[in-house]
Design a protein around this ligand. Structure first.
Ligand code: GLU
Length: 253
């Protein structure tokens, strides 16, 4: 049984295929997190979805990829997301808190210590920290590769016993995930370079989406002593599988 975990949820779990915020999915995750908290697990949530939520609020614009447009989407979307989280956690009598960070905050000792002290104080007060990249400030070298990288850094910062990465895929497969011949890989040894190479090769051929970065971050985090569980955030009750000690996705250890 884990005492402290970090859970990262990707945009694909938080938004629907048409880009709208998926309130049902977010609500289900908050219900599961509340259950974990009742079991005494301390947790930090790393949530993407701000840019996605912002696009829903400003529909009909051509996404030109400009920095200012991304800043606007994330700035308005982050409010929308936190509004939802606040209401949903309140339904369980829980408080949540917003923590926004850039890569620079992990490089600067003072920023690092300030953030860590805040996490500690929030956890003592049994508040759920909801972390996202500070997309308003994080431009070029201040940007994380993605929120998987941010989640790995937060897991190390708070000395978590496990990192859970929830996306729209079940885990790592030994072939293209869409092929019925492919099998889910239940366990990956973080020292095993062969698996990393395989996923890397799939990605360059265009078939793997974000799995290559996920695996790289997962392997780095696991080598730092924190096992990583990759799984499908839409699978009912997936977070309760942690309590049962049965993970339906891939464990990188
Ligand atoms: N910070 C971005 C957002 O909230 C997501 C970054 C990522 O997709 O990893 O929209």
């Amino acid at each position: 049984m884990y005492q402290r975990i970090v859970i990262k949820v990707g945009t694909n779990v938080l938004t629907r295929a048409d880009g709208r915020v998926d309130i049902t999915s977010i609500s289900s995750l908050v219900d599961q997190i509340a259950l974990l908290k009742r079991e005494g697990v301390e947790l930090v949530l790393v949530s993407s979805g701000a840019v996605g939520a912002g696009k829903e609020l400003l529909p009909g614009r051509t996404d030109d990829g400009a920095v200012a447009q991304r800043q606007v989407y994330s700035a308005i979307g982050q409010v929308r997301l936190m509004e939802l989280y606040r209401q949903l956690f309140a339904g369980h009598g829980l408080l949540c808190a917003q923590v926004l960070a850039t890569k620079g905050d992990f490089r600067d000792d003072l920023h690092y210590d300030n953030m860590l002290n805040c996490f500690r104080a929030l956890l003592v007060d049994e508040i759920v920290p909801v972390v996202n990249e500070n997309d308003v400030v994080a431009v070029t070298e201040l940007m994380f590769t993605d929120n998987d990288e941010l989640a790995g850094l937060v897991a190390r910062m708070v000395d978590a016993e496990a990192l859970v990465i929830l996306s729209s895929v079940e885990g790592l497969y030994d072939g293209p995930p869409e092929s019925s011949k492919s099998k889910l890989i239940a366990r990956v040894d973080s020292q095993d370079r062969a698996v990393a190479n395989f996923v890397q090769a799939r990605k360059t051929s265009g078939g793997r989406g974000g799995m290559a970065t996920k695996l790289r971050i997962a392997a780095e985090t696991a080598r730092a002593g924190i096992p990583v569980m990759i799984g499908n955030g839409r699978r009912p009750g997936i977070l309760q599988d942690i309590l049962k000690g049965e993970w339906p996705g891939t464990v990188v250890g």
